[in-house]
Design a protein around this ligand. Structure first.
Ligand code: SF4
Length: 372
């Protein structure tokens, strides 16, 4: 490169920074005291500022300097769908035009008042793991979301919850688009931002991070003693069936998952959850229930049986009611703690990735190296 060429430094994207990194940026680049970086963090997360202009408790010259040195890439909600059952789905547009989605799932008391409000958020644009039942898997992978792009979804959905139901969200599950542990750092720090008192102030115990079974990262969560709950998206209880619907199982099989789960429990003493989508005449037999019961015995756990939202173009279908009942009876007989999560938002595009795909998502990479 010629010595005359002056390289211009790109502005820092503050939403990619952890709390500590933001503090270091404020100290090193702006020579600010700690309370200023706290104010900035609060504006970015709790107050969801879109520009430095809005940060009215910061001095005007500091706001100008920040605008020169940094950018705020906020995930903007561009579309909402509301289901008759109360489920609300939001589509977020990112600064580069990619779109991801989050879902608010209310549960109601008998008198119709909202009880638990759970938000399901996305961690990646698309996903490379290609599970055959998943609309997001069909898109392939584009990129990881930043810390801020993940936290924005939760904070925006909390505002919708307050407007719609008059109360705050109680739970956040990382079960939207993407494999959370494939974007480990941003996921853990977004959860930290959500739980921070200058964020949403939610208890870490109210956050569940799911994975298809990335064993290295499960061990990392244990080693770091991450305070969040862990859920394993299992969906089949034998290697043969799991290989058929989840390509990741071919490299990380149930034996390696068992070792990681036992390690996790030994280190953290925490229970975990298995998510199990029940597919008609695929994984809903007595033999499947017996195998699932064995897996549930690896460590103290509960099983969430999820009634699948059928996806166009996918052959697997939601299990019929009588098959669900006999599957549950078999689990109960084997002393497995199991609950059923009914399908929600059937009248909107509520399956993970369905709304983003309908809104024109392109097709990216998968672990099989194929398109789509
Ligand atoms: S189920 Fe999860 S890991 Fe599998 S393709 Fe969908 S988003 Fe990815």
């Amino acid at each position: 490169m010629s010595e005359n060429v002056v390289t211009k430094q790109l502005p820092a994207d503050l939403k990619t920074f952890t709390f500590d990194e933001l503090r270091a940026f404020c100290t090193e680049k702006l020579n600010l005291p700690r309370f200023r970086s706290d104010q900035l963090f609060q504006w970015i997360y709790q107050k969801q500022a879109s520009s430095f202009e809005e940060m009215t408790n910061l001095p005007a010259d500091l706001r100008v300097r920040l605008a020169e040195l940094a950018v705020l890439h906020k995930a903007e909600c561009v579309k909402e769908q509301r289901s008759a059952d109360g489920t609300i789905k939001a589509l977020f547009e990112l600064h580069d035009g990619h779109r991801v989605e989050a879902v608010l799932i209310p549960e109601f008391f008998d008198d119709g008042v909202a009880d638990r409000l759970t938000v399901c958020i996305s961690s990646q644009v698309g996903c490379m793991f290609g599970c055959s039942f998943c609309a997001t898997g069909m898109m392939g992978y584009f990129r990881n979301l930043s810390i801020g792009e993940i936290a924005d979804q939760a904070i925006h959905m909390d505002a919708i919850a307050r407007e719609t139901f008059g109360k705050r969200i109680n739970n956040i599950v990382y079960m939207g688009m993407g494999e959370p542990l494939h974007n480990y750092k941003a996921v853990m720090h977004s959860a930290a931002a959500i739980c921070h008192k200058l964020g949403l102030g939610l208890s870490p115990k109210r956050i569940t991070i799911s994975t298809v079974g990335l064993t290295k990262q499960i061990r990392q969560m244990a080693d770091e003693n991450q305070p969040y709950r862990l859920a394993i998206s299992l969906h089949a209880a034998s290697d043969d069936k799991r290989n058929r619907i989840m390509p990741i199982n071919e490299s990380l099989d149930l034996k390696s998952l068992e070792e990681a789960v036992r390690y996790y429990h030994q280190k953290t003493e925490k229970d975990l959850t298995y998510e199990y989508l029940l597919f008609d005449e695929f994984n809903d037999t007595k033999e499947d229930a017996a195998l699932l019961a064995r897996i549930a015995g690896w460590a103290p756990s509960k099983v969430n049986i999820i009634m699948y939202n059928n996806v166009a173009g996918v052959t697997l279908q939601r299990a019929r009611e009588h098959r669900l009942n006999s599957f549950l009876a078999e689990l109960t007989k084997r002393r497995v703690l199991a609950t059923v999560r009914r399908s929600r938002g059937d009248d909107i595009d509520a399956g993970c990735g369905q709304l983003a795909i309908r809104e024109g998502a392109e097709i990216g990479k998968t672990i099989a190296g194929k398109k789509g």
